[in-house]
Design a protein around this ligand. Structure first.
Ligand code: ADP
Ligand code: ZN
Ligand code: ZN
Length: 732
């Protein structure tokens, strides 16, 4: 009797034993269907055992082996086991959550073969001169196919609308399709020359970075610290080219979904005959599976994705790049709370390939690792294009200047100047809605959320008070609910209020607000981007959504409205995040031949953070922050784990955390067990929330402790409470 140990999507940190009947072929990594409780579930064979952990006669047989896809590789299973162990998350849930949804269901997958297109006999005989001139895209497709057979992805590099043109050409009989073998790894690609559009001669700094990385044999972690506009993307392109020439696959991790279509197009243009796919949560289940399989087969040579793509099968993986490595969206905030950047580093070392972390404002963790020599620092200190200058950053003291409803006269004058010159301005404010709170002038009543410890935000457009934490909403009251006074007024500003103020001041200006409310529908943002590019907008008002990676050539002024709160936040990472955000948003100004200006409205113009921004001195800022962190005993000088618990009653939540704390102390490990404290938002959606922080001097000590603590936590677990462990937490 053979016993398979199977990973199932069950919240228990074990594998489950099943028998495999003779004649059933179920290798390690194969998906299988097994009975569990009353239902059938999909699992993955992780190993084979000689002796069962249960009574032999209680072990049930595997129902069915799913042979519709290739088994998961030993390399991926190893990576997932590492994550399960490191992040203290059940192995079965770790393995299954890493798979595309379709692979978690027991419905058989119909594998659509990848088609290659070529000219039909009549297509070969066709003289292109006889083909209608106005069908431009069809002609380009025919020209391309006359050179070589192509997949749809390759044709899309010729023209975005190649799909439609192809349909017509097939219907008219000029083109035919053939199915490609399911794995192109079987077909050696050696000797295949990749077309590579070498757009620029690299600067000497870019070249030095490329050389250093391509010369490493095996694993190496590189921090590419390049100021905005220094041409990091160009370095990535050259590294990709080098990897593709050696028939390797490249994994490029990016923070945002809304950045992938632009980047995908950019890489398609540079590598016109290479299969490029993207993997992100915005794809439908079918598309996600299809792309995942393209990566698994080795056919897709460049995989562009958000954090979940770090778990893609990549049999030919030769290089990993993490762009904007400091971005907090690489950290998953529920379920398997992994950092895709950190998992990527583990994956690169496991595989023995280089990894590049790119950023203008590296995380202090990575920066510290580069300084201490664990990573190799590569700096790009100059803008790549000689014409482009860094923006001029200036602070305006809000206490010493004329203010007009929160916007300084100076800033308003600068905006007027831009409108006259037909240039664009961007006002950055990290708060959506009209005002963060509504207040009664009579009794001081504030618009508290009745379910949370937070305030309800005023949304004037639809006359609502809305809680951004739990979604609860109300019509804006006409009178104070406490004293009946009609003198209710908004306090502070959000994007909608800034929009209203500017509309009043510049009645003829074309103003566009970009925040989560105005871009709820997917198309909306695409339309807005087109409007901005066509210079049909004078003033942009936006939240951090606008700060990232968008290139707007007419934008020459950035105004930052309310950044000071981060300076006295209780989160020790607040300053680091603010610096990164302000550098990023400043980088939007003046990227083309026009110099940009940045105006920061602050009550603390002499604060070291703003001083560093003005002199573009990340190094100085980082050193100061790091020495503060070292003195205070914060990461990266300590390693942390956070146990978070929430429940309906305060006493249950605290009783649980106090017991967990006592158990932790009793273990007498080399860690510091802090006190049980309320979460930053102590109540959300009527649940009380508290947390317990553990710190250690080394990763190893922390991991050692967590393994010992786990059985205590399992024993204490209560169905009434929701608890989670967060390793290397970013949020407090
Ligand atoms: P980053 O990602 O570092 O902010 P980008 O990669 O977006 O910078 O590059 C900024 C601009 O510089 C782009 O328009 C790019 O085409 C251009 N560029 C990059 N490398 C070079 C180079 N070697 N010579 C001239 N222009 C370059
Ligand atoms: Zn009142
Ligand atoms: Zn609420």
């Amino acid at each position: 009797m053979t016993i398979a140990r199977i990973a199932l999507d069950i919240p228990l940190s074990t594998l489950f034993d099943y028998t495999v009947s003779e004649g059933m072929q179920a290798g390690v990594g194969q998906r299988v269907v097994v009975p569990f409780g009353k239902r059938q579930r999909v699992g993955v064979v992780m190993a084979y055992a000689t002796a069962p952990t249960l009574d032999r006669d209680r072990i049930k047989p595997v129902t069915r082996v799913l042979e519709d896809t290739a088994p998961l590789s030993a390399e991926l299973l190893h990576l997932l086991s590492f994550c399960s162990d490191y992040y203290r998350y059940p192995i079965g849930q770790t393995v299954l959550s890493a798979l595309p949804a379709r692979l978690r269901s027991d419905e058989p997958i119909v594998v659509k073969p990848v088609l290659s297109y070529r000219l039909s006999a009549s297509g070969v005989a066709l003289n292109l001169a006889d083909f209608p001139k106005r069908n431009v895209v069809q002609r380009r497709v025919l020209e391309k196919l006359a050179e070589t057979a192509c997949t749809l992805a390759e044709l899309k590099a010729v023209a975005v609308t190649a799909g439609a043109a192809l349909k017509t050409l097939i219907a008219d009989g000029w083109v035919e399709s053939v199915a490609l073998p399911s794995s192109s790894l079987a077909v050696p690609q050696n000797g295949r020359t990749h077309v590579f559009d070498n757009a620029h001669t690299l600067t000497s700094e870019q070249q030095a970075a490329v050389d250093e990385i391509t010369q490493t044999g095996g694993y190496g972690c590189f921090l590419l610290h390049g100021i905005t506009g220094s041409g990091k993307t160009e370095v990535y392109v050259h590294l990709m080219h080098a990897t593709l020439q050696k028939d390797g696959q490249v994994l490029l991790l990016v923070p945002e979904i809304n950045l992938t279509p632009q980047l995908e197009q950019c890489f398609r243009n540079r590598f016109p005959d290479v299969d490029i796919i993207s993997l992100h949560s915005g794809l439908g289940d079918a598309a996600r599976l299809a792309n995942w399989q393209q990566a698994q087969s080795g056919r897709a040579r460049i995989v562009l994705g958000t954090r979940l793509s770090v778990f893609a099968e990549l049999p030919g993986l030769g290089l990993i790049i993490v762009d904007e490595e400091h971005d907090s969206s690489f950290k998953q905030q529920d379920g398997l709370r992994y950092s895709a950047r950190d998992v990527a580093i583990f994956r690169a070392s496991q595989r023995g390939v280089p990894i590049v972390l790119g950023s203008a404002t590296p995380s202090l963790e990575s920066y510290h690792n580069a300084q201490s020599g664990r990573y190799k620092m590569l700096a790009l200190t100059q803008r790549a294009s000689a014409a482009a200058q860094l923006p001029k950053v200036r602070c305006i003291n809000i206490n010493q200047t004329a203010m007009h409803q929160g916007i300084s006269e100076n800033l308003l004058r600068e905006i007027a100047l831009r409108i006259a010159r037909r240039e664009q301005s961007l006002l950055f404010i990290n708060r959506r809605g009209y005002a963060p709170v509504l207040m009664c002038g009579g009794c001081g009543w504030l618009s508290d959320c009745k379910h949370c410890a937070g305030k309800m935000v005023l949304h004037l457009n639809d006359q609502r008070l809305r809680c951004h934490h739990c979604g609860y909403q109300l019509r804006v009251p006409k009178h104070c609910p406490d004293c009946g006074n009609a003198d209710l007024h908004p306090v502070g500003s959000g994007t909608q209020r800034v929009e209203a103020i500017l509309q009043e001041r510049f009645p003829d200006a074309r103003i566009l607000r970009v925040d989560r409310d105005s871009t709820r529908n997917k198309r909306a943002w695409q339309t807005m981007r087109a409007q901005i590019h066509a210079n049909e907008v004078d003033i942009l008002i936006g939240t951090q959504m606008l700060a990232k990676g968008h290139d707007f050539p007419e934008l020459t002024l950035v105004g930052v409205l309310n950044p000071d709160s981060a300076l006295y936040s209780s989160d020790f990472r607040a300053a680091e995040k603010l610096y990164a955000q302000l550098v990023q948003v400043s980088g939007r100004a003046g990227r083309a031949d026009k110099a940009g200006s940045v105006i920061i409205q602050t009550a603390f113009p002499d604060h070291p953070l703003y001083r560093a921004l003005q002199t573009h001195d990340f190094t100085g800022f980082a050193s100061a922050q790091l020495s503060e962190r070292q003195m205070a005993g914060f990461p990266p000088f300590v390693y942390q784990a956070m146990l978070r618990t929430e429940g309906k009653t305060e006493s249950e939540v605290y009783a649980y955390l106090n017991q967990a704390r006592a158990a932790a102390v009793a273990l007498q490990c080399d860690v510091e067990v802090l006190g049980v404290v309320p979460a930053a938002l102590a109540r959300r959606a009527n649940h009380l929330r508290a947390q317990l922080l553990i710190q250690a001097g080394t990763r190893r000590a922390l991991q050692h402790f967590l393994r010992a603590w786990q059985p205590d936590l399992d024993a204490l677990a209560q169905s009434k409470l929701r608890s989670s462990l967060d390793i290397d937490p970013l949020e407090f």
